[in-house]
Design a binder for this molecule. Structure first.
Ligand SMILES: [Zn+2]
Length: 296
């Protein structure tokens, strides 16, 4: 007899064209469109759009922390305040060409900038590959923008600004009023449940998880619903725990050092957005075996 997981994976693969997509219900026509949407050329375009937006998220994150306007003035070197020229604003490439140093004063530029640009590039590439139509693509891109800006502010100052959360909370709620989930209340339930659950964890652990992280996940829950937000949190916890263990073994952090959690929320939520349903189907097979197979 074959292992239940392999049987289930086979069924999963056969049914993959009929499965429910995390954000909207899939119809056959939209799957055909998805195949059309994910050509190599579109992937390349999505990656370059992503690194450009990543560069913008760096600016937004930095300026939110200093209460500056997002549009003006032009970006300046944080050390010598010399305005950065247009040719030095090309995402990733400028950093490599300048060998990570300011053209004017040669001070080192943070590695954070190209890392945010490259990860946004890959996230946008995934978003375009997994989108079935422009509506799901918009949801993917909105969530990625939200978590990436939070990563920037959390890495710089260990803060996720309330105005960032409020802005996306309004955008996500508006999106979910127009494009409702199945069932429609799953969006409200997702945001509320994760908020209550994490507040309870924070209370028990006396601040083991920050208020900004809780609000970040609650706002994301409004957009993606209960299942995807909880899977995202579990994945974030896994990624964070493994990273902490490794960092401690390498003596990179102290025992009680607080580390920013937003990067792990970003990893968890983006993975859950694209592979959450798949991860959930494996979980069902492993732990809820009989029910999982009968549901197909
Ligand atoms: Zn400089």
């Amino acid at each position: 007899m074959r292992h239940p997981l392999s049987v289930h994976l086979q069924i999963y693969q056969n049914n993959i064209k009929l499965q429910h997509y995390p954000l909207i219900n899939l119809k056959k026509s939209s799957l055909e469109r998805r195949e059309k949407m994910s050509s190599p050329l579109i992937s390349i375009y999505a990656f370059f759009a992503g690194i450009t937006f990543g560069s913008f998220f760096n600016v937004v994150g930095n300026r939110m922390l200093t209460d500056e306007s997002i549009v003006f003035p032009r970006s300046r070197c944080p050390n010598c305040h010399y305005p950065i020229q247009h040719r030095d604003l090309i995402p990733i490439f400028s950093f490599l060409l300048l060998k990570g140093k300011c053209r004017h004063c040669k001070v080192k530029i943070s590695f954070l900038y190209p890392i945010i640009e490259a990860s946004t590039g890959f996230a946008f590439l995934l978003a375009s590959a997994y989108a079935v139509n422009l509506v799901t693509l918009a949801a993917h891109l909105l969530l990625i923008s939200f978590v990436m800006i939070a990563v920037v502010t959390d890495l710089i100052k260990m803060i996720i600004p309330d105005k960032l959360i409020l802005f996306f909370l309004i955008v996500f709620s508006g999106y979910r009023m127009i494009f409702t989930m199945q069932p429609w209340w799953d969006s409200i339930l997702g945001g509320t449940l994760i908020f209550l659950f994490l507040s309870f964890i924070a209370f028990l652990s006396k601040g083991g998880i920050g208020g900004g992280d809780i609000k970040l996940l609650a706002a994301a829950g409004i957009l993606v619903g209960t299942k995807i937000v909880f899977i995202g949190f579990i994945m974030a916890l896994f990624a964070g725990t493994i990273t902490c263990i490794i960092a401690r073994m390498l003596h990179m952090i102290h025992r009680k050092q607080a580390i920013p959690f937003a990067p792990f929320i970003a990893i968890g939520m983006i993975s859950s957005l694209f592979w959450g349903e798949y991860i959930f189907s494996i979980y069902k097979t492993l732990f809820l075996n009989g029910h999982a197979l009968s549901s197909f």
